[in-house]
Design a protein around this ligand. Structure first.
Ligand SMILES: *Cc1c(COP(=O)(O)O)cnc(C)c1O
Length: 460
């Protein structure tokens, strides 16, 4: 199984190379050269068994079956629920898929736990060491810290905007106590953090010197690992029942994984509604075919405060008939001008790909958290609320509606309190966070300062 770039000008690589590289050298994103057809999940199969079958299909010859089984066993042992992504009924013919049973209470754990195991295996065999960097507005950093803490071959550098992540999100990053986890609190915003990470990757000399690698949402391993819960959900509701997934969306890595699951024969049809907050570029893009850079506005669901979703590039590549030249042209124009219109050869088929996007306002998000609690007695996080609110307004369907719950309410206690007047206590297994000391270094939002810091720590 080889991986090719969405811009069509990079050498094909294998699964391990694609995952360790993150971005392809031509600036594109890696996708499999063809979609493997994978045997669907069966109701009696465990999450580890299903994930092993799916990830082995994506890994091809680059990993043995025993390797993949070991990775999945270790990755999913860290979840507090043995089903990993259990379904809970929320209404007639409607279920919530709970993706928040991992160590940092957010769905990013599902992929990050697998990635950390993969890096450990590959780097141990190569007797090599890498510096993994990620910029975070909250959840990615915590998931990466929990997954890589104590890894003997990786130095993890997490860049977060100082005093602009929620206190619980920060605790998940800063209290691991692990010497290989380095938290950089930058005097800037999330965009500054992301811009610094991008510049570091563009600096080939620096990136080679410290063996830089990235685990942000464009890493293929994240998409591959996220396919699995779509497959187990199809098995749980019955292989003969079509599903309408409602997915809280930012960079669209989660929703795109559902599309991939369908292409690989793991689902009965495909229908997904991307639920977005007031950062509504994705909705505009599906409707009018116009990609426009607009500054992200703050909302109660910060993990979805994204202007143009990075995984859209993979979808564009598919619906264009895998036309790398067109993808490159559209993204070049977008980079130069800040806007680009999809050609009809892309926008036409996009309308038939099974996606749509609906926008939920900030006020409606908070109201939904209240309503949902009234109906079910369950507190939900603001990201999940964007999806449950979206589901309310969808037309009736024969399909089963499955809403993805991407974080635990306790991760956003301030918003829960504002919306419902209630406390959202941390689950028992996370209470220790509150007692631990925090470790982070404050730095200016300056590329040179960050590079100097990483050079020093990566050497040590
Ligand atoms: C990252 C995140 C999302 C958005 O997922 P994408 O794959 O970027 O679309 C939604 N909810 C939560 C809680 C997240 O952490």
């Amino acid at each position: 199984m080889k991986y090719i770039s969405t811009r069509g000008r990079a050498e094909p690589v294998d699964f391990v190379q694609a995952c360790m590289a993150g971005l392809a050298p031509d600036g594109g994103l890696y996708v499999p050269e063809s979609w493997p057809q994978i045997e669907p999940a069966k109701p009696h199969e465990s999450y580890v068994i299903v994930s092993t079958r799916i990830l082995k299909a994506f890994a091809g010859d680059s990993l043995s079956e025993a390797d993949v089984l070991g990775l999945c066993k270790r990755a999913y042992a860290s979840f507090s629920h043995h089903s990993v992504a259990p379904l809970v009924q929320s209404g007639p013919n409607q279920f919530v898929m709970e993706l928040h049973h991992g160590p940092t209470l957010a769905f990013k754990d599902v992929a990050m736990q697998f990635i950390a195991q993969l890096y450990d295996l590959v780097l141990t065999r190569r007797d090599a060491r890498m510096s993994v960097v990620c910029a975070t507005s909250g959840d990615t950093g915590g998931a990466a810290a929990a997954a890589f803490a104590g890894a003997s071959n990786v130095d993890l550098f997490i860049l977060h905007p100082h005093e602009r992540v929620s206190p619980v999100q920060r605790l998940f990053m800063t209290t691991t106590g692990a010497v290989n986890v380095h938290n950089l609190a930058l005097a800037g915003d999330f965009d500054d953090c992301q811009a610094i990470v991008k510049s570091m990757f563009a600096d080939i000399e620096f990136s080679n010197a410290v063996s830089l690698s990235g685990v942000n949402s464009i890493n293929w391993a994240r998409i591959a690992a996220q396919c699995v819960y779509y497959a187990t959900t199809q098995a749980a509701v019955g292989s003969d029942r079509p599903i309408r997934f409602v997915v809280p969306s930012g960079n669209m890595g989660d929703a795109f994984a559902g599309y991939v699951a369908a292409r690989c024969g793991l689902l009965n049809g495909f229908e997904a509604v991307c639920a977005v907050n007031e950062n509504k570029t994705l909705a505009t893009l599906f409707e009018s075919g116009r990609m426009a850079r607009t500054p992200a506005v703050p909302t109660p669901s910060p993990a979805m405060d994204i202007s143009v979703p990075s995984n859209f590039e993979r979808l564009m590549f598919e619906v264009s008939g895998r036309d790398g030249a067109t993808v490159e042209r559209v993204y070049e124009q977008y980079k130069q001008a800040g806007t680009a219109d999809l050609p009809e050869t892309v926008h036409g088929p996009l309308k038939c790909a099974g996606f749509k996007a609906d926008v939920v306002s900030n006020a409606d998000t908070l109201a939904e958290m209240r309503t949902y609690y009234g109906e079910t007695g369950q507190l939900i996080c603001p990201h999940t609320a964007v999806a449950t609110a979206t589901a309310r307004d969808l037309p009736p369907t024969e399909a089963v509606t499955v809403i993805l719950s991407t974080a635990h309410a306790a991760k956003f206690p301030e918003t829960v309190l504002e919306a419902t007047g209630l406390d959202a206590p941390l689950p028992g297994r996370c209470e220790a966070l509150l007692e631990k000391g925090e470790l982070f270094d404050q730095l200016p939002a300056d590329l040179q300062a960050v590079k100097a810091y990483i050079r020093e720590q990566a050497a040590g």
